[in-house]
Write a protein that binds this ligand. Structure first.
Ligand code: PA5
Length: 429
């Protein structure tokens, strides 16, 4: 099997020669020194240095949840849910809840919309339910409010036994008014968001691993993919694909592009696009700098955004997320009468046609002056997901240092929270 590959063949001509290797090396070394500066970069060694005892507990809890639940609800927002949701859709597709092999998995607490919340609560009233509430800070309003609603439902349904169905993932510290304090009082099983790992870099910790394991995925293979990527991209060189990608996107930004459009021909990548938007947007979008991360899924969006991508303002470049081979072959049947004129495709697989659509689109966009970068994995499996996660986490960190921002904080996210607390009358605001 081939490892993840990065290719800039459709953008070389746009990359200004001014980008020197000393600058890239300096960014890489700054990242390597970030730990000594006390920055949260433990995700860099997580694929190797994870808590093995907790990993076994995750597997064990996932088995219990699978056995006792028709529905599993993951409550969290931002980095506390996007990675798990991206992984589950990546592995099982957008229709994963049609499978009979796992509990249905829903995501709550990422909005305050009453209709959405009520609909899911109603659906679950007569189902066997388990929940996992995830919040590193343990104080974020959206998941905290959702958790109150779900706790009430579970306590009404199961009484004392509700605690066998409530799983909490939060940071280690017990502080008054936080999720950790509540979990300890109630006796819920807890998993840890490590101190040295920020929300958007946390998918390979318990934050992502418990929900992903409940889906039936092999989380050991996922860690294996991430570990191989970690070894591959460990050292600085101009052949390191994370360095090459970070340099290419920064060079495009500095040549005047303002948007990076993550694109894929696989709907299973839609949530991965959302995860990337958070990873890049929160890591780099500060001090009035950085590319705006956007995402599309083709062919769907070729029929909505395709016109703009081909002929609209040349403010963006595309990063195409490619998957070598589909997990399923679907043959296009023959029609002896050829009424629809499609017999030139008889006997071909749908995957073949999709590949040709991708090839044609990349060539069209490149010809239309939209540079295209490519990131390719062989297969949509656990190993590939682990590789992708590590590749993009390391790349965004290098990239952040290339444009001289701190890729590990998110001061802007706090702004709306403070305003909201004030409007809601939270004590102290
Ligand atoms: O990446 C981040 O830090 C944020 O997106 C957080 O994940 C998000 O705000 C949720 O925070 P918490 O996990 O503390 O509830």
């Amino acid at each position: 099997m081939m490892p993840l590959r990065f290719d800039n063949r459709f953008s070389k001509e746009y990359l200004p020669p001014s980008f020197d290797s000393d600058r890239a090396r300096a960014a890489f070394l700054r990242l390597k020194a970030a730990k000594e500066e006390g920055l949260p970069v433990d995700w860099m060694t997580l694929p190797k240095d994870y808590d093995k005892e907790e990993f076994s507990r995750i597997l064990d809890a996932a088995q219990r949840i699978r056995a006792q639940s028709e529905v599993f609800v993951v409550i969290g927002i931002g980095g506390s849910y996007l990675g798990a949701r991206a992984a589950i859709e990546f592995l099982y597709g957008q229709e994963h809840n049609l499978s009979k092999d796992a509990p249905q998995i829903f995501f709550a607490g990422n909005s305050l919309d009453p209709d959405e919340s009520a609909a899911l609560l109603d659906y679950c009233r007569d189902k066997e339910v388990s929940i996992n509430v995830i919040s590193k800070s343990g104080t974020t309003t959206e998941p905290a409010v959702a958790f109150r609603l779900w706790r009430k439902l579970l306590e009404e349904k199961y009484g004392e036994a509700a605690k066998e169905r409530i799983f909490v993932t939060t940071d280690q510290r017990v502080r008054p008014g936080t999720l950790r304090e509540l979990a300890e009082q109630k006796g819920y099983e807890c998993f840890v968001v490590p101190d040295g790992i920020g929300g958007r870099y946390s998918v390979l910790s318990a934050v992502g691993l418990l929900p992903i394991a409940v889906s039936g995925a092999d989380i050991s293979a996922m860690m294996h993919g991430a570990r191989d990527a970690m070894e591959r991209y460990r050292d600085f060189s101009m052949e390191n694909d994370c360095v090459r990608y970070a340099m290419a996107r920064t060079a495009l930004y500095e040549s005047g592009k303002s948007v990076e459009l993550f694109a894929s021909f696989h709907p299973r990548m839609q949530l991965f696009g959302e995860w990337l938007k958070q990873l890049f947007g929160e890591s780099e979008g500060k001090e009035h700098k950085a590319l705006y991360p956007a995402s599309v899924v083709y062919s769907t969006d070729l029929h909505s955004m395709g016109q703009y991508v081909q002929e609209g303002a040349r403010v963006f470049f595309e990063t195409m997320l490619e998957i070598g081979a589909p997990n399923t072959e679907l043959l296009i049947p023959d029609d002896p009468k050829n009424t629809d004129g499609l017999n030139f495709l008889s006997g071909k697989t749908l995957g073949y046609v999709n590949d040709k659509a991708q090839e044609a689109t990349i060539a069209a966009h490149a010809a239309g002056n939209a540079p295209v970068l490519e990131v390719r994995i062989d297969k949509a499996d656990e190993y590939g997901f682990g590789e992708l996660v590590y590749f993009f986490e390391l790349s965004v960190a290098i990239s952040g240092y290339l444009i001289d921002v701190n890729p590990f904080d998110q001061p802007g996210v706090e702004f709306y929270k403070r305003n909201m607390f004030k409007l809601l009358g939270k004590p102290g605001y």
